[in-house]
Structures are given as C-alpha cells and as structure tokens.
Design a protein. Structure first.
Length: 186
C-alpha cells in the first residue's frame, strides 16, 4: 500500500510480515542490500521495539518527532533481516501525517516507510506520481493530495558516538546539532 506522509508518499507493509516486505522490495525494484526504514506511531512504540534510548537521543526525537527525522538504532532481536540488510541497524521515524499515523496505530506495530517510487525514481509527492512509477505493483494507493514537505527525512545514525548525519534531508544539520548541544560534533 502507498500512502502520504509529511515528507513523501511511503510504500507501507506490516514490518512483521516477511512476504509483505519482499513485495515492497519487488515493487520498488530495490536491491536487498539497501535497508528499509520503519514508521512508528510515537516514541513509546519506538522504545517498546528497541529499548530505552540515551537521553541525548530522546531529546532529539522529542524535538523532531513527529516530523522529518529518521534515527538509525541497533536492530532489535526478531526484526526481519530483510529490513536491515546486514547493517545491524534499523531506521525509525514518526511521520507528522494523520493518515500514516492512523494506519500504524490501527495495525498496532511498525510499517515499512520507504518512499513509494521505483529505486532511483522521482520522489513521490502525490498519488499520481506513485501510480506513474508503481502502477499495479501495489494493491492500494491512498490519495491524500500533495504532501506538505516533498523532500526526504534527515537520517541520523545514533548507534555511533558522536552521532552521524547519514543523509541531510529537509531537517538541517543545525537543528540536529542544537538537539545534541553545541559541544557535540556531528
């Protein structure tokens, strides 16, 4: 299923369903070497999945969740190896989008949160773009209009010290640094 988030349209599947995860890879034409992040409903769901977060990481997500911040954390036991692609980490994000949050809450567990496009394809800002790229490769496209941000999230690896920005998206480096304090290099 494809649905709108605050950043881009996402290709979502139950993160505990191996067959559904395989279908996400197939729909995107994504290499199994590229991990897929997860969308969670809130900090509580993230902690339930991964355990407590260090205080500095908790401050970061409290400032920027829901929103365009993905954190890379140690993958918990039992997570599908397809999602982490041998990295030992999983990306987590709380989208600032009612449709996405309602889907996650109704399911009661994380869903995949990769962009709803073919790998290396144009970023999907609306349902029409999702259909142009994925067409019948997905069972359902929820049309929520054009997403408000239209750019990918910023990805921060919090498994290393100091944390490292893996991809600077719409959330600028300065906002990340502010959350960790001026003394922290990122």
């Amino acid at each position: 299923m494809a649905f709108p988030t605050d950043t881009l349209y996402a290709l979502g599947a139950d993160a505990s369903n191996t067959l559904a995860i395989k279908r996400v890879f197939a729909a995107k034409g994504r290499s199994p070497a590229n991990p897929i992040p997860l969308l969670v409903s809130d900090l509580t769901m993230a902690i339930r999945m991964t355990g407590d977060l260090p205080d500095s990481v908790a401050r970061l997500v409290e400032r920027h969740w829901p929103g365009p911040l993905t954190i890379l954390v140690a993958a918990p036991p039992g997570i599908s190896r397809l999602l982490i692609s041998g990295t030992g980490r999983i990306g987590l994000r709380v989208p600032d989008a009612p449709v996405a949050l309602d889907l996650i809450r109704c399911l009661g567990r994380p869903v995949t949160g990769t962009s709803a496009n073919r790998s290396a394809g144009r970023q999907p800002r609306d349902a029409d773009e999702v259909y142009r790229q994925l067409g019948h490769r997905v069972d359902l496209i929820l049309d929520g209009g054009t997403v408000p941000i239209g750019s990918p999230s910023t990805v921060v690896d919090v498994t290393v010290s100091p944390p490292r920005i893996v991809r600077e998206g719409i959330l600028p480096r300065a906002a990340i640094m502010k959350a960790f304090g001026k003394h922290q290099k990122i």
